[in-house]
Design a binder for this molecule. Structure first.
Ligand code: MN
Length: 252
């Protein structure tokens, strides 16, 4: 498993599920304000997937992608290292865009370590094992051959596919129960057990929270990130503790 070692005195910010899109200008504005005002206060900014509502290839030259890349690049050119783990919406975001945006790509899962921290980072969709149709879809689109075939299509065809996939996802989500859409507790415990009883931080479910899971002899903590549908919300790790920050607090 990929590991990322950090210093105990560093401040890290975590966020996910902004679902940036042309029809959500308020979220884009909130994220740009966050990158300019709050993000420079942390040593590392970790984006855990679904930064974008959809991604059809790094060659997509839509203005939103360029605008976000420039803002992220400005941040990493200062003093904040930016990381990106793919979500189920932007899993096609590749090396070319990550480089343009100054982001280091992370595998899913990735183990973050410090002297006082062992934190498993995931997008979270792989923990939703009760949603069999989604897991089948995921296996298909994460297949390198499928991806190569998709990326070889003209941009217009890929854009049409993404529009259709968004509509299909909305329809499927509407027909699924809350339980099926959430993480499976046994999958969480098995994952944390295989990571040696680490704590867990993930997004994807859009159900921000703080949970405990008994893993062997240990109570492991699980932090779930918020989406940015109504307001900016991210998790901060500093001084050996994780805590949520909501809204746009004054810098300082
Ligand atoms: Mn997701």
């Amino acid at each position: 498993m990929q590991t990322l070692a950090v210093g105990d005195e560093e401040r890290l910010f975590f966020l996910s599920d902004l679902h940036l899109a042309e029809d959500r200008p308020a979220t884009t504005a909130a994220f740009l304000a966050f990158l300019a005002d709050q993000a420079p206060l942390c040593r590392r900014l970790v984006i855990l997937g679904d930064l974008f509502e959809y991604w059809i290839g790094d060659d997509d030259d839509r203005p939103l992608a360029t605008q976000i890349a420039s803002a992220l690049r400005r941040l990493s050119d200062q003093s904040t290292t930016c990381y990106f783990m793919a979500g189920n919406r932007d899993f096609l975001l590749g090396d070319a865009y990550a480089e343009r945006a100054g982001m280091v790509r992370l595998e899913d899962p990735c183990l973050l370590t410090a002297n006082r921290l062992r934190l498993l980072l995931m997008h979270g969709d792989t923990l939703c094992t009760d949603d069999a149709p989604y897991q089948a879809f995921r296996r298909q689109v994460r297949d390198p051959a499928w991806q190569a075939d998709f990326l070889a299509q003209p941009l217009a065809a890929r854009r049409a596919f993404a529009t259709e996939a968004r509509a299909r996802s909305q329809a499927a989500t509407a027909g699924k129960s809350d339980e099926i859409m959430d993480v499976n507790a046994a999958a969480v415990v098995a994952t944390l057990d295989s990571a040696g009883g680490a704590d867990l931080l993930h997004g994807h479910t859009h159900r921000p929270g703080h949970h405990r899971h008994r893993v062997g002899q240990r109570d492991c903590e699980r932090w779930v990130l918020a989406d940015w549908a109504d307001r900016a919300e991210y998790l901060v790790w500093e001084g050996g503790e994780i805590h949520p920050v909501t809204g746009m607090p004054a810098a300082g």
